[in-house]
Each structure stands twice: as C-alpha cells, then as structure tokens.
Write a protein that binds this ligand. Structure first.
Ligand code: GLY
Length: 370
C-alpha cells in the first residue's frame, strides 16, 4: 500500500509517496509530470550498484528513457567540484526548463542535485527518490538544497521544492544497520520535538521496525514526513517554527565537527545525542523533569544507539572547545546561540537567551562521565 503525505505549498505543493516497490513503479509515478519521455538521473556508486537497474526498468515500463550520472559516494561529493560536474553534465544532456531531474540517493545526492536543479536555467523541476532513512524522513522533504563549503556544512544553497518524493521503504533493507539507526535518530527527533504520542509509539515499535518490519517502517516514515510537512507548510523558509526541526542539531553539529565529520559519529547519531543533551539542558533550566532526558536516553539505549558523549570513541575537546564549535553553527544570530529546548517530550520551542553556563555545565558533566 502506498501512503501519501501532501506538502501544501500553493504553486509549489507536492506529494510524498511512501511504500514498497516505488522504484520499480517510478515510471508510472513520474510520467504524469513529464513534458517528454526522458529524465536525467543523478546518483552515487553504491545506490547505482544496488538499485539503478530497478529504476531504469521501472522508468522504461512507462516508456521513459533515462541517462544517469554516477557520482562518488560520501560527504566529500557535496562540494563545488562534483556540483559543477553535475551542472555541466545536465547542460550537456540538454536538460530544459520543462524537463525533470531525478535525485536518486541519500542526503548528499538529494541536497546536491536539488541545488543543481535550483540554479540550472534558473530552475528546473526535480524528483527526490531518497534511499536512506535519513533522507526519507528529513532531507528529501522541505526544499532545503545545497552543498558544503570549506567554511562549513550546507553554507551554499537554495530553497527549491521537489515536484514529487518517492520514498521506497523496500530499499531500507539494503542499508547497513548502523546507517539505518543513524536515520532513526532523526525519527526520534520528531517525537521529541512535537509528539509524545509518536515518541510512545516509537518506544513500543522501534525495536521491531529496526529488525525489519516494513509496515512499521512505512508508518514511522509517514508520521515523520507528516510532521515535517506541517512545519514546512507553516514556515517554508525558516523564519520561525521550522527551526524546531533543528532539535539536537546545535549540539550534534558541534560533535560532528569535533569528530571531523567522520565515521566516528554519523550525522543522525550526533542528532540523537544532541537531542539528549538539549533535553538535559532543558531539565537543568527547570523546564522539564529529569525523567524526560532519562526516558529519551533509555529509548536510544534500547535501540542500541549512541546516547551520550561517553558513547563517542576517541578524544573530544573540552566543554569550552565544544561551545566554540557550537558558536560557529549557522544558527548563531547576532552573536547569540539559539537552542531548541523543550518543556517535555514533544514540546520543543526556540530559545534565544539560554544561560551558557548551564550548557557548559551539561557538557562538563557529560564529558566527565566518559
Ligand atoms: N532538516 C531541517 C529542515 O529541513 O528544516
């Protein structure tokens, strides 16, 4: 069964379709959007090896021809070099304003290809076919596109909404368990920021969905995407409420930077630990009881996930060093650190005036427990 979440953005509205076998049916899904029966697909080598022939056959079944550009896998692809290669390749293929570009991969591919589509001929349409849990629940929906700069991650980009998102739940079974669980960090984030009910559902169903239950996986993706769609519809360009989607990210980005954006800590792992630290900070500030961060950590532990600084291998900077890395985060406004805090599980809010001594104390304690 295919579930549909509609993202209601007026002229830029689109559907996110969630179900199994969507890649094999991609032709029928995409055909109504096409001016002519050809698409340009941009992917990366691992996804190409596992799934590109399924996509090619699925498109051909609807009479759609595809040409594919296969980029190297990994975060280092998301920079100027592969970006300009992609744009030039799309121009060589004579992709026009009415054509459709397909981003087929995880967050790196979705962000890079979305940005290429945003600037190619001042904007062409694109379809997201996300192949990781992280991309299905977060980066493929909402129109944030971009690449990294030597100055930091995601610093060059544009808002450019896709015309369709096809989240094929079947591909998730080809992910390494660690990558799946890292994506699950973003799923837990949705419960933490906006829905105690969803968090309780995850507590009850998380282990079974991690073990492979596709019905539960589809439900987790649907509920996450519905929450994201509601927030994006209310605040497409992050003037306010969309910032709640960054729960756990200020701490998480600092930890990713401290570990060199390496395999020591995946993005979703940093987000999960960051959510726990944001909740801990909220408890210290008297906004929530200590039970909430403890409950969040207990769920991460039950899922076999990293839940604290003690779970990150290798050296970490001290509290001051981590605070300095947080200050470089792009969510700094007028020199003040913005945090997403919460009054309980599912009750996040944007706080501009957080006492940094409390944050420092939370970090010192977490570092001391290593
Ligand atoms: N990943 C956060 C957002 O899309 O706003």
């Amino acid at each position: 069964m295919t579930e549909i979440v509609h993202v209601p953005l007026g002229e830029r509205a689109y559907d996110v379709k969630i179900g199994t076998g969507l890649i094999a049916r991609a032709g029928a899904e995409i055909a109504p959007l096409l001016g002519r029966e050809r698409v340009a697909v941009v992917t990366e080598e691992n996804v190409a090896r596992l799934h590109l022939e399924t996509l090619r056959a699925g498109l051909a079944a609807a009479g759609i021809e595809m040409e594919a550009l296969v980029l190297p896998a990994g975060e280092s692809t998301k920079g100027w070099a592969e970006f300009s290669r992609t744009v030039e390749w799309l121009l060589e293929r004579k992709v026009e304003r009415n054509d459709m570009v397909v981003a087929f991969g995880g967050g790196v591919i979705g962000d890079l290809v979305g940005f290429a589509a945003a600037i190619l001929r001042r904007g062409v349409r694109f379809v997201q076919i996300p192949t990781t849990l992280l991309a299905q629940v977060d980066s493929s929906v909402g129109g944030k596109t971009g690449i990294n700069s030597p100055h930091g991650k995601n610093l060059i980009g544009a808002f450019h909404q896709p015309s369709l998102v096809l989240a094929d739940i079947g591909v998730l079974s080809t992910l390494a368990p660690r990558d799946f669980l890292a994506g699950y960090g973003e799923v837990v984030k949705y419960g933490g920021l906006g829905s105690l009910d969803f968090f309780e559902w995850l507590e009850a169903n998380g282990p079974a969905l991690a073990a492979g239950d596709e019905g539960l996986r589809a439900e987790a993706v649907r509920r996450s995407v519905q929450m994201k769609a509601d927030i994006v519809a209310a605040d497409e360009t992050e003037q306010g409420v969309r910032a709640l989607l960054n729960l756990g990210h200020t701490f998480g980005h600092a930890l990713e930077a401290a570990t060199g954006f390496s395999q020591r800590l995946l993005h979703g792992e940093g987000v999960a630990i960051g959510c726990a630290l944001a909740f801990e900070t909220s408890a210290r500030l008297g906004l929530m009881s200590q039970e909430s961060p403890s409950r969040l950590r207990a769920h991460l532990a039950a899922m076999g996930m990293k839940k604290d600084l003690a779970d990150i291998p290798g050296e970490l900077p001290g509290a001051e060093g981590l605070m300095a890395l947080m200050a470089q985060d792009k969510k700094v406004q007028a020199g003040r650190l913005r945090f997403i805090l919460a009054r309980g599980i599912g009750e996040a809010f944007l706080a501009d005036d957080v006492d940094l001594d409390v944050v420092r104390g939370v970090l010192e304690e977490a570092l001391a427990a290593r």
